[in-house]
Design a binder for this molecule. Structure first.
Ligand SMILES: [Zn+2]
Ligand SMILES: [Zn+2]
Ligand SMILES: [Zn+2]
Length: 343
């Protein structure tokens, strides 16, 4: 079998002779032009330029290991920089290997995208192995993610059985990726929960100032009658819980030293407020100035974990005021469910 490639552009206006033969594993010989191959692929260029044993104007380059059709499509790409979707569908895997081995980056890019778009449970492990061999990190990651998300189905394929018998390292790599993905998911979930708690605390700080300065439904500053207010404010779910806690704190006989947990929580909220408050002189929140004074007198009492909590609550407040849509900002957290991380 023999085939000839015709250059679409002739150099210097004249057609050059075919001077190289590509020989495929199926025995197909394709006549081509060395100057065209060399201009697109540096690897083919060095193969063409290496010294020859026998004197002949024809050079032979054999391309084993891939179907003849794939080699023909690859050579056509070198001549035209074009590859149809149909060919990509049929020879994507081989073209990726050829473009990697002969260093044709544009075709490699095209194959990588083409294969990524055609991944199935059945072919994902084959493509994964190839992506690893051909150093195609985007495709490799995409295959890893797909295998990891669909592992139950992938585990049943022929590809997985083959892998277990022939490539235990890759098997291990996949299992590690799945494990790390799980850890990542857990970490994200934990971060989200923490962030929610800091937001709730920041919301509580906001409401505490409002109750102590303006008064809500049943608690307010000493020189004001909160029952004269127009009724519940727009974040009443938070205010409600806080007002109950404040009233308890004012009346409780056990207080902090007596080991009352509710009082301890209130005490911590007052302390947190004081750490955040930047106007202690006009502030009407109970104990604000006393806590500030105490911190000034005894800097060692101000420990690192507490400073971290304060910083996180302040940043949660900033983030929420910058990024949440208005409707969400109005929903209050539930103080009763709130846990202080320093307990
Ligand atoms: Zn209120
Ligand atoms: Zn109490
Ligand atoms: Zn204050």
């Amino acid at each position: 079998m023999e085939e000839k490639l015709n250059p679409q552009i002739s150099v210097d206006g004249e057609m050059r002779e075919h001077d190289v033969q590509i020989i495929t594993s199926g025995g197909l010989r394709i006549s081509a032009h060395s100057h065209i191959l060399a201009s697109v692929s540096p690897v083919l260029e060095s193969l063409i330029e290496r010294p020859q044993n026998h004197r002949s104007s024809q050079r032979n380059i054999s391309v084993p290991g891939v179907p003849c059709g794939a080699v023909a499509v690859f050579l056509k790409y070198l001549y035209s920089s074009k590859c149809s979707e149909e060919h990509l569908e049929k020879y994507g895997i081989h073209l990726l290997a050829l473009s990697h081995v002969y260093s044709v980056p544009q075709l490699k890019e095209r194959c990588t995208r083409g294969l990524a778009g055609r991944l199935t449970i059945e072919n994902v492990l084959d493509v994964l192995q190839l992506a690893r061999l051909c150093d195609a990190p985007d495709l490799y990651l995409k295959c890893m993610k797909m295998s990891s998300c669909n592992f139950k189905a992938v585990e049943l394929t022929e590809g997985w059985k083959f892998l277990q018998n022939h490539d235990p390292w890759l098997e291990l790599e996949i299992l590690q990726f799945i494990d790390e993905a799980e850890t990542r998911k857990k970490r994200t979930r934990r971060n989200r929960e923490e962030q929610k708690m800091y937001l709730q605390l920041s919301e509580a700080m906001d409401r505490l100032e409002h109750i102590c300065a303006e008064g809500c439904t049943s608690v307010g500053p000493f020189d004001m009658d909160p029952s004269k207010n127009k009724g519940p404010c727009n974040k009443f779910s938070t205010c409600h819980g806080l007002q109950i806690l404040i009233k308890h704190f004012a009346a409780c006989k056990k207080r902090v030293n007596g080991g009352c947990l509710r009082c301890k929580r209130m005490w911590q909220l007052f302390q947190l407020h004081s750490s955040i408050c930047d106007r202690p002189d006009e502030c009407r929140v109970p104990l604000c100035r006393q806590f500030k004074l105490k911190v000034q007198q005894n800097r060692r009492g101000d420990d690192a974990r507490w400073r971290l909590l304060v910083r996180k609550v302040v940043s949660a407040k900033t983030i929420s005021s910058l990024s949440l849509p208005k409707r969400k900002r109005e929903e209050g957290p539930r103080i009763a469910q709130m846990k202080m991380s320093l307990e």
